[in-house]
Design a protein around this ligand. Structure first.
Ligand code: ADP
Length: 247
């Protein structure tokens, strides 16, 4: 396959911090509609890899093509605009606003109004908010202030705030950390819902959850890919057992 056929093609990506290569010659390719999970021990370079893709950190060398377009020289907001959404571990929701308002202010509406709360509640926005709320299991809580949501519901709300911007690639950093078992199951269901028309990259340590969601797993160790493929394949890979799963 030609690299431009993938939604995301990461090739020979490297970043050095004072000579230390946190990500070292990393290549991987994500298909449209794919859930890719990145696993590996602490310090393997997983977070840095996502930081590079979303433009938070600048690559030393290598390429990141998204729908064929080179991202490595773009600014963070340009990468968001290109269709890449990133959720960090700590939700950045507005605690004193309702679920509805949190989704509503995340609806993309051009340049100047960012941050302004004097938005118009047109039919399109209402419809989209309701659609997303249903997807993230919060339809019955649209009027609830976000501070009263459970930990898991807050995570879903933030995913919803990204979804309302309609990204083609969504990157999630440990989405089920701290969640209850039932919330974890619903999150797997949510991910399967959202890949219609988009791809997801997830960093995750919860292997049960990885088994539930991953189409393909990329295993990082010391900034490099040591194994890749379906979970059944990487689970049985002696290199993976040695550096990660065996612990
Ligand atoms: P993971 O997410 O797999 O736990 P990280 O990507 O957070 O790993 O970190 C990979 C390595 O890069 C770690 O050794 C970390 O200390 C180092 N690192 C990450 N960011 C920076 C930075 N801005 N400056 C220096 N070192 C960094």
């Amino acid at each position: 396959t030609h690299p431009t056929d993938f939604l995301l093609a990461v090739e020979a990506l490297t970043v050095s911090f004072d000579g230390f290569k946190a990500v070292d010659d990393l290549s991987f390719y994500v298909d449209p509609g794919e859930i890719r999970v990145i696993i590996g021990p602490n310090g393997a370079g997983k977070t840095t890899a996502l930081d590079l893709i979303c433009g938070k950190t600048r690559a030393t060398s290598g390429s990141i093509r998204f729908r064929g377009k080179e991202l490595t020289q773009l600014k963070e907001h340009q990468i968001v605009h290109a269709g890449v959404g990133r959720k960090f571990q700590n939700p950045s929701i507005y605690e004193d606003l309702t679920v509805f308002e949190n989704l509503e202010i995340s609806f993309p509406r051009g340049r100047s109004v960012f941050g302004a709360l004097a938005f118009k509640r047109d039919a399109e926005v209402m419809e989209r908010v309701e659609e997303i709320a249903e997807m993230i299991f919060l339809s019955d809580l649209l009027g609830e202030r976000a501070e009263y949501l459970s930990h898991g519901q807050k995570q879903w709300l933030e995913i919803g705030m990204l979804l309302i911007q309609d990204p083609e690639l969504l990157m999630l950093d440990e989405p089920v950390a701290g969640m209850s078992v039932s919330e974890r199951i619903k999150t797997a269901e949510l991910l399967h819902r959202i890949i219609e028309g988009r791809s997801v990259i997830v960093i995750e340590h919860d292997m049960k959850f990885v088994e539930d969601i991953a189409h393909k797993v990329t295993v990082l160790h010391q900034g490099r890919v040591i194994s890749e493929g379906p979970m059944a394949h990487v689970k049985a890979d002696p290199k993976v057992v040695e550096v990660y799963l065996g612990h």
